[in-house]
Design a binder for this molecule. Structure first.
Ligand code: ADP
Length: 164
């Protein structure tokens, strides 16, 4: 049998990383030799609340306990990045039916661009199916409690960002 490492990439904005993302990362880390958290580079600094470096640091600080996970910032076409780095799997999270249509389109397009790379969808624990980085930021900015939905480093970073 061919002895090839299975390296997966979990791409996204991670602005910031939430416990929903971390649930998918933890599940994936048990299935693949290595999981790369692919943080999409900001094309315009106003796009995101957190900078590339901050999103990278938060992903790294939130996954310290998992050995085979490595966050990186990437730019350009995902399948090209995957090909150059021997990545053969793309992981995406599915929260609800509403995620399905755009994910379906994207995965078929990626397969057309590179048929060697397979997209796998994973569902988080049901306690995270209703959360997104956007809703976490919105509730936090209105002074709601989001401590069940983000790691301690992310909570601290949000406090600093909003100067609470
Ligand atoms: P994008 O901008 O690509 O949607 P996100 O950072 O929002 O980036 O999400 C990255 C991936 O994580 C996507 O596949 C998204 O569906 C998934 N995801 C986001 N939030 C959750 C969650 N609460 N549970 C499971 N998967 C999630």
């Amino acid at each position: 049998m061919e002895n090839k490492l299975n390296i997966a990439i979990y791409p996204g904005s991670f602005d910031p990383i939430t416990n929903g993302h971390l649930d998918i990362i933890s599940r994936s880390s048990k299935l693949f030799d290595k999981v790369i958290i692919g943080i999409s580079k900001s094309s315009n600094s106003k796009d995101y609340l957190f900078s590339d470096e901050e999103r990278l640091q938060l992903a790294s600080n939130s996954t310290k306990h998992i050995d085979n996970v490595e966050p990186i910032v990437f730019d350009g076409l995902l399948v090209d990045f995957a090909l150059k780095n021997n990545i053969n799997v793309i992981i995406r999270g599915l929260r609800a039916f509403s995620d399905f249509e755009s994910e379906f389109q994207m995965s078929l397009m990626n397969r057309k661009l590179n048929s060697e790379i397979t997209t796998i969808f994973m569902m988080p624990h049901e306690k995270y199916t209703h959360i997104s980085s956007s809703i976490v930021k919105e509730v936090f900015s209105l002074e709601g409690d989001i401590s069940d939905y983000v790691s301690d480093p992310v909570l601290k970073a949000l406090n600093l960002k909003y100067e609470k």
